[in-house]
Design a protein around this ligand. Structure first.
Ligand SMILES: NC(=O)c1ccc[n+]([C@@H]2O[C@H](COP(=O)([O-])OP(=O)(O)OC[C@H]3O[C@@H](n4cnc5c(N)ncnc54)[C@H](O)[C@@H]3O)[C@@H](O)[C@H]2O)c1
Length: 254
């Protein structure tokens, strides 16, 4: 029987894969036999991941890319196609968070969040989408939104707005590119243990309060998102597009 969840030999780009959840996506997919293209703005972290993956025998292309820089993205996309011949899946994972009171947030801080979380997702989707359309073989784009895209959070006006934008970006692009058989979906993680919230978890009162918001009782691990990533990368989701799947321990019920 055909394994409809197979990832083997799929060419998958994961942005922001030098650490955090992006690293876990890239590793999990490579373990399942995907050809992995990793990029990050942090060269040092990227080098470590590239070495680890090559040491494990994974097929990997690695390049430093700032996802707000169109020419860096286009060079990387060319490099991936030169090495692997095609792109099956793009995971727009790279993202940043700043906590600021709305009345104190600076214009350049607002731009920083929007440029990376929203414009970067657009630029990468466009560069990869053009290649998918040219190849006429369809493809999949997975955007990383957040529970913060549908829930208000204190001092996160910019971040919440950017993640809400990703939700409608996902629906709108799915509508545009359905005719090219490009599925565009998003994942909305809940509170996941990474550097993005180390400071919050270090404050016992704050951590306890945040855990109480989660029906399943605690923050998730990056690995908790992997099953949904596998599903959205595989043929099992071929008729799914324009959807936002929350993997959040139930926090969006609150
Ligand atoms: N951790 C959570 O609780 C959580 C919850 C919901 C959504 N998310 C989202 O998941 C994604 C990954 O988050 P994380 O917790 O792993 O964060 P992280 O800070 O651990 O990792 C983010 C990665 O993105 C890279 N990056 C930042 N700016 C970049 C740029 N301009 N170009 C290329 N790479 C860049 C960083 O260098 C880093 O490697 C983000 O989009 C985040 O918003 C995280």
């Amino acid at each position: 029987m055909v394994d409809m969840f197979s990832i083997k030999d799929k060419v998958i780009i994961v942005t922001g894969s030098g650490k955090g959840i992006g690293y876990v996506y890239a590793k999990g997919l490579a373990e399942k036999g995907a050809k992995i293209a990793i990029c990050d703005i942090n060269q040092e972290n990227l080098n470590k991941v590239e070495q680890e993956f090559k040491g494990a025998g994974y097929q990997v292309v690695s390049q430093k890319v700032d996802i707000t820089n169109q020419s860096e993205i286009e060079n990387f996309v060319k490099e991936v196609i030169n090495n692997f011949g095609k792109i099956d899946v793009l995971i727009n994972n790279a993202g940043v968070l700043l906590r600021r009171l709305p009345e104190e947030m600076l214009e350049n801080e607002w731009d920083f969040i929007m440029d990376i979380n929203v414009k970067g997702t657009f630029l990468f989707s466009q560069a990869v989408g053009k290649e998918m359309i040219k190849a006429d073989c369809g493809g999949k784009i997975i955007n990383i939104s957040s529970q913060a895209g549908v829930r208000a959070a204190d001092r996160r006006l910019g971040y919440c707005t950017s993640k809400a934008a990703i939700i409608h970006f996902t629906r709108t692009l799915a509508n545009e590119w359905g005719k090219h058989k490009i599925n565009v979906n998003a994942i909305g993680p809940g509170y996941i243990k990474t550097d993005m919230n180390t400071d919050l978890r270090a404050d016992p009162v704050r951590y306890a309060k945040m855990k109480q918001e989660v029906p399943l009782g605690d923050f998730g691990e990056p690995e908790d998102i992997l099953g949904t990533i596998f599903y959205l990368c595989s043929g099992a989701s071929d008729y799914v597009t324009g959807q936002i799947i929350f993997v959040d321990g139930g926090i969006t019920t609150q």
